[in-house]
Design a protein around this ligand. Structure first.
Ligand SMILES: [Zn+2]
Ligand SMILES: [Zn+2]
Length: 362
């Protein structure tokens, strides 16, 4: 009887452990090697997070410099000096940068390195810098454009051509799978604006050029290996969409079991948003929110994405705004539950079977 209870307790514990979302991914310890890490990657041990939590202006903690490099990398800290070295001082500039970052990412604004902020910085993200907030007292929590509000200037309805690089591709997914994921991603945007996308045969003449690249690939935005930065693309009318070839790209998590698998369709949809002229949104449910956890899928346009892109291109005549906004509200409201449901379902099943067995034994 006792043995049965113990075995059930272990089952419950491990099920909860397996089902909880990977909030913090730490790879190496806080030592000198982190300074050789790309600025886009924060490396920190779980027990070190607490030491930063109480840090405020005027303190000095080893490792703060990596957060400064990260905030510099994504556009929150101005260039510090000629060789871009940062100190471990928690100074006023760093505090202001943290406040801007927290506002921009829709986090609680504390001006401190709290665990939520660190967790957000560890989460893989898009390499495109977040558009600057000029006035921290004027918080806009929605979609944003690139400076100057660039967009494709064609007669409406417009058709843009896209093509995949004949050289810079990956082989872990078939060309058919990659093509299908991008087709779905393009279709989402095309269904809400009067813009359609067709695959061109000639890569050289395509307006949108898609490729998978490794490390430094010549555009001044080197990729950083597994996780960290996942992809980047450029504002109109550049048309360049680059994905980090080092990622474990997936189109079906049932097939790709890796813990660091990244959903290709979600990232493709996000990057196409940049190609069309949208910058990052501070709405966490939006496709244009900058980060995406491994094995997460956020490929459906949110009402925030739709409002943003329609303010650039107008609405697709076939787009039913009444029907959509209703669905959108429902999906936004349902969103947070998705991560919790399997957890409670699993725990509930185990507790039920425990009680059931206990009654059978008594
Ligand atoms: Zn982005
Ligand atoms: Zn690139």
């Amino acid at each position: 009887m006792l043995r049965l209870l113990i075995s059930y307790s272990f089952m419950l514990f491990f099920t909860l452990l397996l089902m909880s979302p990977p909030l913090i991914v730490s790879r190496t310890t806080l030592d000198h090697t982190l300074f050789e890490q790309p600025a886009s990657k924060i490396t920190i041990k779980n027990h070190d997070i607490q030491s930063f939590n109480n840090a405020g202006r005027g303190t000095k903690i080893i490792g703060i410099s990596q957060f400064k490099r990260y905030l510099f990398r994504f556009g929150y800290l101005p260039r510090h000096n000629n060789n871009n070295t940062f100190t471990d001082e928690f100074d006023a500039k760093f505090e202001l940068a943290l406040i801007k970052y927290q506002q921009r990412l829709g986090l609680q604004v504390t001006g401190k390195l709290d665990s939520n902020t660190i967790s957000q910085m560890i989460t893989p993200r898009c390499g495109v810098q977040d558009t600057r907030i000029h006035n921290i007292h004027h918080i806009t929590k929605h979609f944003m454009y690139f400076p100057g509000k660039p967009r494709w200037s064609r007669h409406m309805p417009m058709t843009l051509t896209y093509a995949f690089s004949p050289v810079y591709m990956i082989h872990s997914l078939s060309m058919h799978e990659i093509r299908a994921a991008f087709q779905r991603a393009f279709l989402k945007w095309a269904s809400v604006i009067p813009v359609s996308f067709v695959e061109a045969e000639d890569y050289g003449f395509a307006e949108i050029k898609i490729g998978f690249y490794s490390g430094d690939h010549g555009d001044g935005e080197p990729f950083d290996g597994v996780l960290g930065v996942l992809a980047h693309s450029f504002s109109p009318e550049s048309g360049r969409l680059h994905l980090d070839a080092a990622e474990t790209w997936a189109v079906d998590f049932g097939v790709t079991k890796s813990e660091v698998a990244v959903d290709l369709e979600s990232v493709a949809t996000h990057e196409i948003g940049h190609l069309l002229g949208l910058s990052h949104s501070s709405v966490k449910e939006a496709v244009m929110y900058p980060s995406l956890r491994p094995r997460d899928k956020r490929a459906d346009l949110n009402i925030d994405d739709i409002k943003g892109v329609q303010s650039l291109y107008g609405s697709n005549p076939n787009f039913n705004s009444d029907e959509w906004s209703l669905e959108s509200d429902l999906s936004v409201n349902r969103g947070p539950e998705f991560g919790v449901k399997p957890l409670w379902l699993g725990a509930g099943l185990i507790i039920f079977s425990m009680i059931h067995t206990l009654f059978a034994w008594c």
